[in-house]
Design a protein around this ligand. Structure first.
Ligand SMILES: Nc1ncnc2c1ncn2[C@@H]1O[C@H](COP(=O)(O)OP(=O)(O)OP(=O)(O)O)[C@@H](O)[C@H]1O
Ligand SMILES: [Mg+2]
Length: 349
């Protein structure tokens, strides 16, 4: 097992810099999720870690050793993709054995590792089948099994569950989390799905345009986003952003009155800020500022009420009687307010 460090890592394709000056440490045994919009560089970063793509600048350090010049096969990593990349003409057993035979691992050892991986992933009944005769979830388990038998120092996953339907994803998510608990191996996991990131990862790395916006435990990012981008990216429905103006004893919000709370240090009356508040923190209150309901989504256990004012969303526990066209009193609890400056950085209390 091993930890991983990226030090000033950059990647250029021709003149285009797609990864810029990334510094990151992944501790031994940690489960880290990379998230960020499409094209932000998640896969490129993973491919540089595993050696499929050379870095343009900086160092990749695995287990304390600089591996920039080490070919992929000798880095001790295993990469699992979204497209399982199984060999269609081989059985499940042969697919799992293939990489090991190439490394001239003794036959008995190969058999033992396959048996163990098949047990862990509940693949025993399928060992003699070909991938074409398996479901999507079973194929993905074979792809993971093929990675496990190599006993890598670090597992790298690039959106491994995105081809699966919702139910299977939930099931595989739980299996991967339990696999991580049992093996204790460092895992780096790229995903579009923030529920996956929130529930599986010890640490989430939010990327944007090739740079790290923030890295930290899931709830730290949720509760204290460093900037408006992270605030808007983590959490669903997304945090509400309202234009605000600093007043002597609070913030004025266009159309929604005033939030009485000492302005963040350094702000002066008249300064423009963006106020952030999550849907579950907005409150319906009879003495609140009147807001107009434009749409209602009832999910049964909770409801989302969309408002005309700044397209804000109010989350209500349980079911709501509110209907489009209704007026609801809205309160912004000051203790849950996030304040972002003109450059998008969160302003500390
Ligand atoms: N071989 C290449 N040549 C030129 N540009 C590339 C190459 N590979 C990737 N890119 C560019 O690098 C950027 C990052 O791509 P990457 O695949 O890492 O994004 P991603 O975050 O994984 O996106 P997605 O979520 O869509 O998978 C993109 O703008 C992409 O077009
Ligand atoms: Mg990708």
């Amino acid at each position: 097992m091993a930890g991983l460090s990226l030090r000033g890592v950059a990647k250029r394709f021709g003149a285009v810099e797609v990864i810029r000056d990334v510094d990151l440490h992944v501790a031994d045994g940690e489960f880290v999720a990379f998230v960020g919009p499409s094209g932000c560089g998640k896969s490129t970063l993973l491919r540089m870690i595993c050696g499929l793509e050379p870095v343009s600048a900086g160092d990749v350090v695995i287990g304390g050793r600089r591996v920039n010049d080490l070919p992929a096969a000798r880095r001790g990593l295993a990469l699992v993709f979204q497209s399982y990349a199984l060999y269609p003409h081989m059985t499940v057993r042969q697919n799992m054995a293939f990489g090991l035979e190439n490394l001239s691992t003794p036959k008995a050892e190969i058999e033992a590792r396959i048996a163990e991986a098949a047990r862990m992933l509940r693949l025993e009944p399928f060992l003699a089948r070909r991938p074409g005769a398996l479901s999507g979830g079973q194929r993905q388990r074979v792809a993971i099994g093929r990675a496990i038998v190599r006993e890598p120092e670090i597992f790298l996953f690039d959106e491994p569950l995105s081809n699966l339907d919702a139910e299977l994803r939930v099931e595989m998510r739980a299996e991967l989390a339990s696999l991580h608990r049992r093996l204790g191996t460092t895992m780096i996991y790229v995903t579009h799905d923030q529920v996956e990131a929130m529930t599986m990862a010890d640490k989430i790395v939010v990327l944007r345009a090739g740079q790290v916006e923030q890295a930290g435990p899931p709830l730290a990012l949720y509760n204290e986003p460093a900037n408006q981008f992270v605030a808007g990216f983590i959490g669903s429905p997304r945090m509400n952003f309202l234009p605000g103006v600093v007043q002597a004893e609070g913030y004025g919000v266009d159309g929604l009155g005033t939030v009485a709370v000492p302005p963040r240090p350094g702000l002066r009356p008249g300064d423009g800020v963006t106020l952030g508040i999550r849907p579950e923190h907005l409150q319906a209150a009879s003495d609140g500022a009147p807001a107009t309901v434009t749409a209602v989504e009832q999910l049964g256990g909770l409801s989302f009420v969309r408002l005309a004012q700044h397209d804000a969303v109010l989350q209500v526990a349980g079911q709501t009687r509110l209907r489009p066209g209704d007026t609801v009193g809205l309160r912004l609890p000051p203790e849950h307010l996030h304040v972002f400056g003109a450059d998008g950085a969160a302003l500390a209390r």
